[in-house]
Design a protein around this ligand. Structure first.
Ligand SMILES: Cc1cc2nc3c(=O)[nH]c(=O)nc-3n(C[C@H](O)[C@H](O)[C@H](O)COP(=O)(O)OP(=O)(O)OC[C@H]3O[C@@H](n4cnc5c(N)ncnc54)[C@H](O)[C@@H]3O)c2cc1C
Length: 466
């Protein structure tokens, strides 16, 4: 009998397994397809490999504007995608190595009873594993949207997209959340004709408008054609079979697009049905999110859940954290690590970094707060860069009574790194007087941290005078 059986080898599952082994437990992990889950295989890793390539190409364009002329002979899309594939394989192999002391079983796992997991291959039970505890970390699946059916050839989810052997000349991306915007930005910079379609009235619907406006402007500059308040409908393929026809309703206007591929990036659905969870008493909500307490324990005492299956934010580092909490909980650690605050990064160019409450959330919650901003236009490191983002800024929300940070957001270069300074302040519950003790080196992007804290204290340093 195993101490723990983990279902799913993505960020939540493999981290739980690694930690449990470190703590001396005997662990089995059941994975349906590839180690690393969505993140390694069709998510974080391939998307960032692609984004890195496109950002480097874009830097060359910026260099030429600054006087350094060059010419690119050709872009070999299939070799670029090989680079992406190499990154995926490296990540997968790394996880395999980390799991050296875990018994990994490939197949579909299903909970038979509170101590038994069946492993199925081609719908047949090939193994039964028994364990004292079970961890459910089965993640999510791409969402299907009305009228578009994934066909793996023209209508793609992120999974088929990252397995393409070459890029299309044109693509419609449906859904302008983080994933849709990131991939649009990358492809447009690599020369693909990109149509980004969003049903809501702005891109990045969950992000404050002052930030998403900056991203919108840059996506347009990079060549992305954006349609907001737009409803897309599949209208078949062109007579030569080469392109998909997508009809867009934009209020009373109708537009027809012809594109080689359509990528659906319109949310995720929880991978929790068919796992046998309801039969053993694990409570799920109507969307399929598993209910857990602060120890990631479900409504069945020896069954835990971690990662995307426990609900938003659907992020790999949230999954890592929850995997660690599961391991601590099974080991009997009394004070679990906190589950948040979880930072979020959007890897567009410029990047967005978010942590804690947004202005929209704080207003909705009726919290009394003040907002302070510092513009990138006053940041030496940024204006010295060939890729400066003068529209960029950082903002912090300070609670009026306590003078503690409620949240922070950055749009601009290096937002993906600098946001963690704010995350640290927020996690440790520091107030402005404590935050101002931090010295940041000059000239760095991290200086936005000290600058905006100075702003909030009413002692601006390099910021604009009122
Ligand atoms: C295009 C894209 C880009 C992304 N970029 C980022 C990013 O930059 N940063 C970030 O933080 N997050 C990003 N994410 C989100 C991130 O990938 C997920 O939040 C993360 O993978 C969740 O980890 P998980 O372990 O909960 O689930 P998953 O990664 O989905 O892993 C679940 C695993 O369980 C397996 N499984 C499912 N059912 C069974 C079963 N019955 N039996 C056995 N195994 C099963 C699956 O095969 C899978 O391997 C991105 C997602 C996408 C789609």
């Amino acid at each position: 009998m195993y101490d723990v059986i983990v279902l799913g080898g993505g960020p939540a599952g493999y981290v739980a397994a690694v930690r449990l082994v470190e703590k001396g437990f005997k662990v089995a992990l059941v994975e349906r397809k590839y180690l690393g889950g969505e993140c390694t295989n069709w998510g974080c890793i391939p998307s960032k490999a692609l984004i890195d390539l496109s950002n480097n190409l874009y830097s060359l364009k910026a260099l030429s504007k600054a006087g350094l002329s060059y010419s690119i002979e050709r872009i070999d899309y299939s070799r670029l995608l090989k680079h992406v594939e190499r990154a995926v394989i490296k990540s997968r192999e790394g996880i395999k190595y980390l799991l050296s002391d875990v018994d990994v079983f490939y197949g579909v796992g299903r909970v038979k009873d509170v101590n038994t997991v069946e492993v199925l291959n081609n719908s047949k039970v090939v193994k039964e594993l028994t364990g004292k505890n079970i961890v459910v970390a089965t993640g999510t699946e791409p969402n299907v949207i009305p009228s578009f059916k994934f066909d793996g050839e023209r209508i793609l989810s992120n999974r088929e997209f990252f397995e393409l052997k070459s890029f299309p000349n044109s693509i419609a991306i449906i859904g302008a959340g983080a994933i849709g915007c990131e991939i649009s930005s990358a492809l447009a910079k690599l020369g693909v004709e990109v149509h980004l379609i969003e049903i809501m009235n702005k891109i990045l619907p969950e992000v404050d408008k002052d930030l998403s406006d900056v991203v919108h402007k840059h996506l347009v500059k990079q060549g992305v054609k954006i349609y907001t308040s737009a409803q897309a409908k599949y209208e078949g393929v062109t007579p030569d079979g080469k392109e998909v026809i997508v009809k867009l309703s934009l209020g009373s206007d109708l537009i027809e697009l012809k594109v080689e591929k359509v990528l659906i990036a319109a949310g995720r659905k929880y991978n929790t049905s068919g796992l046998g969870l309801e039969n053993v008493g694990v409570e799920l909500d109507s969307k399929g999110v598993i209910s857990v307490n602060e120890f990631m324990r479900t409504t069945v005492p020896n069954i835990y859940a971690a990662g995307d299956v426990t609900g938003p934010p659907l992020l790999a580092h949230k999954a890592f954290r929850e995997g660690m909490i599961v391991a601590d909980a099974i080991a009997g650690v009394k004070n679990p690590l906190p589950r948040g605050p979880i930072p979020m990064v959007i890897y567009t160019e410029p990047e967005v970094g978010l942590v804690g409450l947004s202005e929209t959330q704080a207003s909705k919650a009726g919290i009394a707060y003040k907002v302070f901003k510092f513009p990138f236009i006053a940041l030496g490191r940024d204006y010295a860069s060939i890729k400066s983002t003068p529209e960029g800024f950082v903002k912090i929300l300070i609670e009026e009574n306590t003078r503690k940070m409620l949240g922070a957001a950055i749009v601009g270069n290096a937002a993906s790194e600098v946001i963690h300074l704010f995350g640290m302040g927020l996690t440790l519950g520091l107030d402005l007087t404590e935050l101002r003790k931090v010295v940041t080196a000059h000239p760095t992007y991290s200086e936005v941290f000290s600058e905006v804290v100075n702003e909030a204290l009413g002692e601006p340093l390099h910021g604009p005078r009122k």
